[in-house]
Design a protein around this ligand. Structure first.
Ligand SMILES: CC(C)(COP(=O)(O)OP(=O)(O)OC[C@H]1O[C@@H](n2cnc3c(N)ncnc32)[C@H](O)[C@@H]1OP(=O)(O)O)[C@@H](O)C(=O)NCCC(=O)NCCS
Length: 161
């Protein structure tokens, strides 16, 4: 059984998050993720500063096997509104294609709706086709916006105004 929950102190889990991160991205173009444990640690610290209360994990047999970081206070310049921003999502290789990523996004979506946010968004590597397909399957659309090597994806949740 897979359990999805929010964790309160992500720093405490930094080593397992690091392990999951590098294992998940194996085989993905190196441009799209941090290259060294030091870079990952800096990135994690940024994630914690920016959205420390948005760490959602997937647990199987008492072990974290995937995580997602959502920022519920992210201003989207194009949409001119605050959106739920998925900064990171990864699932350990051997647990991929079992619906766990989908469960993580669904949980994030629930949190965004609770905050009355109208959109769930993220940046995906232009050639990270697995991830682009993943978001497409979850009804995200690829926006026209690109930034360097990234493509914007977004999902309209509702009109909460
Ligand atoms: C992207 C990622 C989180 C998806 O997690 P997952 O648990 O494997 O995803 P799910 O099993 O919930 O997939 C849901 C649907 O998305 C699509 N999908 C997922 N992975 C895919 C892949 N590698 N290739 C094509 N489609 C894929 C499929 O349609 C899938 O449904 P199906 O298996 O019934 O066909 C995972 O592949 C991962 O950790 N990738 C490396 C890190 C990464 O690139 N993160 C995204 C950064 S923007």
């Amino acid at each position: 059984m897979i359990k999805i929950k929010r964790i309160k102190n992500p720093k405490k889990f930094q080593y397992i998050l690091q392990k999951i991160y590098f294992e998940s991205y194996e085989g993905v173009n190196q441009e799209y993720y941090e290259k060294t444990p030091e870079e990952f640690r800096d990135y994690l610290d940024w994630l914690i500063r920016k959205s420390g209360d948005g760490f959602i994990v997937a647990i199987k047999n008492n072990e974290i096997i995937g995580f997602l970081v959502i920022d519920l206070d992210w201003y989207d310049e194009k949409l001119k509104t605050t959106v739920g921003e998925i900064h990171e999502i990864c699932v350990r290789k051997k647990f991929q294609r079992k619906g766990i990523g989908k469960m993580l996004v669904q949980y994030a979506e629930k949190l965004a709706k609770k905050q009355k946010l109208n959109y769930l968004c993220g940046w995906v590597g232009i050639e990270n086709f697995a991830s682009l397909n993943f978001f497409k399957k979850l009804n995200f659309v690829e926006g026209e916006i690109k930034w360097q090597i990234w493509k914007r994806v977004r999902k309209k949740l509702a009109n909460f105004e």
